[in-house]
Ligand binder design. Sequence first.
Ligand code: SF4
Length: 227
Amino acid sequence: MEKAMKTASQHAMKVHQKLLEVYGEPRWRNPLPPVDELVSTILSQNTNDTNRDRAFDALKARYPSWEAVRDAPAEQVVETIRVAGLANQKGPRIQQVLQAITAERGSLDLSFLSDLPLEEARAWLKKFKGVGPKTAAIVLCFSLNRPAFPVDTHIYRVSGRIGLRPDKMTVEQAHPYLESLMPPETYYAAHLNLIRLGRETCVARKPHCPDCPVRKLCAYEPKTPSA
Ligand code: SF4
């Protein structure tokens, strides 16, 4: 078992190194404060980055603070984030999370999560409805600089095809598994580069295997043939 994990870990590091070689060190936007990142991630569910950002900017433009979003009439928040899609779900979800955080902490300050042991911080975030392992990991990794590896739909698909994780593993299980394969200092770059691979090359419907930088490291069969 230990040997299998070592081999899997070496494989993951080869993929990571290859992507670094081809894509370079990725840089996402400047970190958002944790509550901003939490809201942005809830808005991102089932939509693209542009519409997520439009909805997020609309919230920031309409309301002076997250407290104001929390206390606003529900239908007004839904209306404000309409562009993100699923607004009838996302609006109440955002308000409920903001209310629940306030009820528990007395404010919307999440900076205390920096001082909690990682798994406690993760569990604290995940207990709120609508906050799954991916959202919790995004807040921890990108806002709080904690070693968490978010597994989104692209990373889940790509990691399955390449053979970085067992085929049948759920997305929930993939979070701790993929984290165990790579050292924490690689999470940020590995996450962003695997997403880029999934968006540009290893796309959902028909992956562009002939153009793929990790083709030689990938277990997926049958790969799409060369043109
Ligand atoms: S070789 Fe094909 S299946 Fe494998 S990662 Fe690349 S694009 Fe995806």
